[in-house]
Write a protein that binds this ligand. Structure first.
Ligand SMILES: [Zn+2]
Length: 264
């Protein structure tokens, strides 16, 4: 089976597999079932990259039905040690505007029906997610966006809801009162499972619109235009990041030993 060191998880269009050279699509199976789609493996500027569309290329899988365990297990099986995860979000704050990027570094988990661990039998895994994204990768990604002058927020708390419905106004206002900055449906358990797999993980959240706390009429044309522009920004960030991401032996964070002391 071919190997890759950097994983890219995204919606469709986020990372164009055409950018990769020597690319091929492979089906990967895992003890947790099949991932959302075939994985495209190829090279970008000398680095081996595996691209997995979170919702399947035809966007057939809604966020609450994604097999997050299979997705992370498949990337782990391919040898991936670092994951860049693109995700579309709504804004919970007036100062976080559509078209901007948020380098979320905390989450509040409001999901209900998702399996968020690989360990269900013999052992129990109490993984630490006090800092749920890789601190070094997070800072590295933010610095790249800053150098590219892409409007971004260095930190942010991501409220992850079960979906697929959006929030009521009462919920949206509650999440604001809790200190939430952005809202989406995919960061949990994706980030948690990556930590259990001892993979460095950093989300790149693209703001498409304001959540329902604001009585802003949402035009679909406007949202689609913002999404297209967001895709271009995320691609620019990933293209600049991938060649410079530390190799496995140069990882200096604690992600690669995350299971130490976590298994009971
Ligand atoms: Zn790390």
């Amino acid at each position: 089976m071919p190997q890759a060191e950097i994983g890219v998880i995204g919606g469709t269009g986020i990372y164009d597999p055409q950018l990769l050279t020597k690319s091929k699509k492979i089906a990967v199976n895992t003890p947790y079932g099949a991932p959302s789609d075939k994985v495209t493996i190829g090279e970008y500027e000398g680095r081996s990259v595996a691209v997995l569309p979170r919702h399947c290329a035809s966007h057939a899988i809604p966020p609450h039905k994604v097999n997050y365990r299979a997705n992370i297990a498949a990337l782990k099986k391919l040898g991936v040690h670092t994951i860049l995860a693109a995700t579309a979000v709504g804004s919970l704050q007036n100062t976080i505007k559509p078209g901007q990027i948020v380098f979320a570094d905390q989450f509040i988990d409001r999901t209900r029906n998702r399996i968020s661990t690989f360990y269900e039998k013999e052992k129990v895994c109490h993984i630490s997610v006090a800092d749920p994204v890789c601190p070094l990768l997070h800072e590295f990604m933010w610095q790249i966006a800053r150098k590219l002058k892409i409007p971004s927020h260095r930190t942010g708390t991501y409220v992850c809801i079960e979906g697929p419905r959006f929030s009521t106004k009462a919920e949206s206002r509650l999440f604001r009162a809790w200190g939430g900055h952005i809202i989406g449906m995919t960061l949990v358990p994706e980030a948690v499972l990556a930590r259990e797999a001892e993979i460095c993980y950093s989300p790149i959240a693209m703001v498409t619109d304001y959540d329902s706390f604001r009585d802003t009429p949402v035009s679909i044309d406007e949202v689609l235009k913002t999404m297209k522009e967001n895709d271009d920004k995320v691609k620019a960030i990933m293209n600049a990041a991938i060649p410079a991401i530390p190799t496995n032996d140069k990882r200096e964070c604690s992600c690669k030993t995350a299971l130490k002391g976590a298994l009971v």
